[in-house]
Design a protein around this ligand. Structure first.
Ligand SMILES: [Zn+2]
Length: 462
């Protein structure tokens, strides 16, 4: 072989190797118009119609070497990009329910996404996104976030030295606000999520690119939740998934990932009630992907369930008591949705409830959980706001019954707590010796307790 032939052979080998490493095993496809992206270039939506681009995989699912989400190799669109960014995300526990599944007559599992590096499933997408941003030499990004997206993306892109501008509603929980600040991005607190989206878009025009929550490189990583579930449970039985709806991005990512693998699960999508402070980080007025969600809902694949604070806290309490599973209200919202819909929605199906949000990260949530699971023993707890207001109401009025207290909390303090919660608070205050039953009164054909404050209760207020 002469020098020319050697050079030619070497050139062919290099071209072949680059060709292999550049060729995606998965394509990006537009859900709206069907456009398929064949070339490798930076995109965040369909170049033809502006629709949602979803990674589409054909072939059999195989685990490869590597760590984090990258074990799924060519099933990921971004798998051909190098070097890969990872913090060891994914591989989260899939735990079989002991009691709750039995009572729902369902083969129930919890997929604990709080075990990801920053405590959220978004880390899976942040790994694929950061890898793509590096591949396309993006220098600066802007993100609008209700909490987790900003924390996760900002953490991952720090590993590749990107500048991040994060816009967060000021209603975000304090722990999320601190965590976002700690990631090192430039954080701006604004009035609402809608304003955050607007500001992030404006900032991107000046400083770089905006990362919409439905970015295909983010959704690429979210699909690994489907891969893991299928890998562990197999695809033999009908499957139901319970997921928070949020912007609709997780639901759409999982729906298409399963569809590529010829699995058609049913989705129970959890939407937070509007006036639910504990669930505010998953409350979105109108999901970004609402048109796509409506389409799969019309096919009977998706059912949306509203969950409020009370229901989520009750689910947290049951998860701790029945399953030994410490989970905050956001994570428990999926369990609450299951309890609310009842056995019919999940009967004879393998059901996986996605759990996110570590309650240990937020003292306020820990306290709310303690109030339910432990009670209000004076030596243990300072009374919460609602209980204090109940004590005040009873202290400054004649002996009354819990229904009147519930009405008073609404009219005097604007507290929109359910009647059931107020009754529970009253029972706990009686157990703690701060209130007492003085008599019974028949109201509307029902016998109701008449409540008065005790000396211990009065001491508590002073
Ligand atoms: Zn399109």
């Amino acid at each position: 072989m002469n020098l020319f032939e050697e050079l030619r052979f070497f050139y062919c080998l290099v071209t072949f190797t680059i060709g292999l490493s550049m060729k995606p095993g998965t394509q990006l496809r537009c859900v709206r118009c069907g456009f398929r992206l064949d070339e490798v270039r930076y995109v965040d939506r369909c170049p033809q119609c502006g629709g949602l681009l979803i990674p589409t995989f054909t072939g059999s699912l195989r685990r490869t070497g590597g760590s984090g989400v990258w074990v799924w190799g060519r099933a990921l669109y971004t798998a051909f990009m190098k070097p890969k960014v990872t913090l060891g995300e994914g591989h989260t526990p899939l735990t079989k329910s002991i009691k709750m599944g039995r009572s729902l007559k369902a083969d129930l599992y919890f997929k604990d996404e709080s075990k990801n590096p920053t405590g959220s499933f978004i880390d899976r997408g942040a790994a694929t996104l950061a890898t793509a941003l590096r591949r396309f030499r993006v220098r600066s990004i802007s993100v609008a976030s209700t909490g987790d997206l900003g924390i996760s993306v900002s953490t991952y892109v720090r590993r590749i030295g990107l500048t991040t501008r994060i816009y967060v509603p000021s209603s975000v929980t304090l722990s999320k606000a601190y965590k976002t600040l700690l990631t090192g991005g430039r954080v701006r607190f604004v009035d609402s999520y809608e304003e955050a989206l607007l500001r992030a878009s404006r900032s991107a025009k000046l400083y770089g690119v905006m990362i919409p929550p439905s970015h295909p490189y983010l959704m690429d990583g979210y699909r690994t939740i489907a891969f893991e579930i299928l890998h562990e449970l197999g695809g033999g039985k009908p499957l139901s998934l319970v997921v928070p709806i949020g912007d609709g991005v997780l639901t759409m990512s999982l729906y298409h990932a399963f569809k590529d693998l010829s699995i058609r699960p049913k989705f129970l999508g959890v939407k937070a009630c509007r006036e639910s402070p504990l669930l505010r980080e998953i409350y979105v007025m109108k999901p970004v992907l609402h048109e796509y969600l409506e389409e799969i809902a019309s096919l009977g694949i998706l059912e949306v369930v509203d969950v409020c604070d009370d229901e989520a806290l009750e689910a947290s309490e049951l998860a701790v008591k029945n399953e030994g599973f410490l989970v905050g209200p956001v994570g428990a919202s999926c369990i609450a949705a299951l309890l609310k819909t009842g056995p019919e929605a999940v009967r004879d199906r393998v059901t996986v409830a996605l759990v996110t949000g570590d309650p240990l990260q937020d003292p306020y949530i820990m306290k709310a959980l303690l109030e339910r699971t432990v009670g209000t023993r004076e030596e243990l707890l300072t009374l919460g706001f609602t209980k204090t207001k109940i004590l005040e109401m009873v202290a400054y009025s004649d002996p009354t019954h819990p229904y009147v207290i519930w009405k008073g909390l609404r009219s005097r303090y604007g507290l929109s707590v359910s009647r059931r919660t107020v009754y529970k608070h009253v029972e706990e205050l009686i157990d703690a010796g701060l209130l007492k039953v003085v008599s019974y009164r028949k109201v509307g054909g029902r016998l109701r307790k008449v409540i008065s404050i005790t000396e211990s209760g009065l001491r508590h207020l002073t």
